[in-house]
Design a protein. Structure first.
Length: 245
């Protein structure tokens, strides 16, 4: 017996968290009966349907995209804004892919698209501490003392202690009064890099995620994507398994 949300995610319906919402919305039936309890477990003989359609075995797909700014990290948008799904070729739009985690509308860079709910859950859960590196151009000249402050950790307005894994000063542009900084985090809190830099008085002008775990943007132009290789998928699973043991 397995939890219903895991079964739905494993069949490519959505990420496990999104599957929870689908269940709560009353869109799932088990043996013809609507189920809304998140702890429900099902077996191999149970007939599960979503929106009246039976679950089918699906082929799992994995893509790495270099997201441009001005694009939502979402499957769809009720305001008609462009999403990462809109950047896919038509043949890939039919695979029921969804983004793993999110990048802000005005943040560019590396994002994973998949229909593998189990991997999405592993990568998104805070306990797995996936490293994500960002390259950020901020206003003003950041002095070394502030870099040291960031490395020690900084308390944000909401009381959260943000403690980057790594902070490096990449470039000082005295002509345009800006600084390029590399910052690595393991948390996935909303707008965290922007909040961290604002806390030290240097608002973000430009932000790009350049690394996700061991994956980088090498060879991927902005607005394009590529399939992950089998060994890369296995490595993602292996990394998360080792971090949670």
């Amino acid at each position: 017996m397995e939890r219903l949300n895991k079964v739905l995610a494993d069949r490519g319906i959505a990420s496990r968290r999104k599957c929870d919402l689908i269940i709560l919305e009353g869109r799932v039936k088990v043996n013809g009966v609507t189920v809304t309890e998140l702890g429900t477990k099902v077996g191999t003989d149970d007939r599960v349907t979503v929106d009246g359609k039976p679950l089918l075995s699906v082929e799992l797909h994995y893509f790495l995209m270099n997201k441009p700014t001005g694009v939502l990290s979402a499957v769809s948008d009720d305001k008609g804004r462009k999403t990462v799904i809109d950047l896919l070729e038509q043949r890939h739009r039919d695979l029921r892919l969804f983004p793993v985690g999110r990048l802000d509308y005005n943040t560019a860079g590396l994002i994973i698209l998949t229909n593998d709910g189990e991997l999405a859950n592993r990568l998104s859960h805070p306990s797995f501490e996936v490293e994500k590196t960002y390259l950020t151009r901020v206003s003003g000249i950041v002095i070394k003392e502030k870099i040291r402050t960031l490395r020690k950790g900084i308390t944000l307005e909401d009381g959260h202690l943000a403690r980057p894994q790594d902070v490096r000063l990449v470039e000082l542009d005295k002509t345009h009064q800006s600084t390029l900084i590399s910052i690595t985090l393991t948390e996935g809190r909303n707008r965290e890099v922007r909040k961290i830099m604002e806390a030290i008085g240097h608002p973000v002008k430009k932000l790009t995620r350049i690394r996700y775990d061991f994956l980088t943007l090498e060879g991927i132009e902005r607005g394009t994507y590529r399939p992950l290789k089998i060994h890369e998928v296995k490595k993602l699973y292996a990394h998360q398994s080792s971090k949670n043991t």
